[in-house]
Design a protein around this ligand. Structure first.
Ligand code: DGY
Length: 321
């Protein structure tokens, strides 16, 4: 019997590709560039399972293609807003994701962005590398104290909670949060305070976005909500770009309506709203949240295990649908 054919839309860590190649006819994307829509349609027509990532937009039309062969999408990532899940479900296409294994790495990046934007790390590095540093002075590049400040977390899932632990235990921060449901454990353990979105935005020194991207959270942070933030406050986004209206954010930053932003994700990746790149009070990272060797390997092995479960007729360990 021929082995099931699995196509990876991007290169995965070598150990994960090797594990997949032992069980399947594995097709790698040797160029490791995002695949075009046409190439993705062709891939769905010529494989039994697709190993997809956040750079693949898999919409209703592509999934409904009568010539589609793929019955399973093993997503290399926890977020699945790039896949039309309701259509996949209707069509019986199985989808899995990789929850849990990237929690700590992503919370690290959120904390790092808080520190970088507060302490003007990007500005300082640009000054030094640009040979514009004239030496230490008592008043240059003065930033904002992170220790003891109030952090508002929007979305208290795994990553939000891991960030709250870092903030409270590492930096003595006070945490407010807004979420669909309350977490009595975190409230007891960390003194986290459950508040409305408006209260959080009005009180926080740092607002961190840790919610999923969906119809309800699209442009959750828009001009009106930005206007509720304090002029001394910072916004950090490690969730998904479309949770923020980037044009409104850039305008608020340029006008000094908020103090700064630390971003790891963007509305139209890999494009970044041009004005954001011109502003000194913005730290911009290229979607690095889960980017450690150990984490990316764990994500790849988890996705591979879901693909294997599908072909072996076992329940998917991390089923989205
Ligand atoms: C995730 O896992 O969702 C990361 O953002 C990479 O896709």
């Amino acid at each position: 019997m021929p082995l099931p054919r699995v196509i990876l839309t991007r290169r995965w860590p070598a150990a994960c590709e090797a594990a997949l190649a032992q069980k399947f006819e594995l097709v790698r994307n040797e160029r490791d560039m995002p695949m075009s829509r046409e190439a993705l349609v062709e891939a769905l027509r010529s494989c039994d399972a697709l190993g997809a990532t956040v750079t693949d937009s898999l919409d209703a039309q592509m999934l409904s293609d009568p010539d589609r062969r793929a019955g399973m999408i093993g997503n290399f990532g926890v977020g699945f807003n790039h896949i039309d899940i309701s259509v996949a479900e209707q069509l019986g296409i199985r989808v899995s994701n990789t929850p849990g294994v990237l929690t700590e790495a992503t919370a690290d990046i959120a904390m790092m962005l808080i520190l970088m934007v507060a302490r003007r790390a990007g500005e300082g590095e640009r000054m030094l590398r640009g040979d514009r540093w004239a030496g230490w002075s008592p008043t240059s590049l003065l930033g904002t104290q992170v220790s003891g400040a109030r952090l508002g977390i929007i979305g208290m899932g795994r990553i939000g909670a891991a960030l709250a632990h870092r903030a409270v235990h590492g930096f003595g921060m006070r945490v407010s949060y807004h979420n669909r449901s309350r977490s009595p454990e975190l409230e007891a353990e960390l003194g986290a305070e459950f508040v409305s979105l408006e209260t959080l935005l009005g009180a926080a020194d740092f607002v961190s976005l840790n919610c999923p991207s969906n119809a309800e959270t699209r442009h959750l942070i828009n001009a009106q909500r930005l206007s509720l933030m304090r002029p001394e406050a910072f916004l950090v986004n490690t969730a998904r770009g479309d949770v923020v209206d980037e044009a409104a954010l850039a305008a608020a930053l340029a006008a000094g309506r908020i103090a700064g932003a630390g971003l790891d994700v963007y509305e139209e990746e890999p494009l970044v709203y041009p004005l954001l790149k011109q502003l000194e009070n913005v730290v911009l990272l290229p979607h690095q949240g889960s980017g450690t060797q150990a984490t990316r390997e764990a994500m790849g092995f988890m996705a591979a295990e879901n693909i294997a479960a599908y072909f072996e007729g076992r329940p998917l360990p991390n089923s989205v649908c």
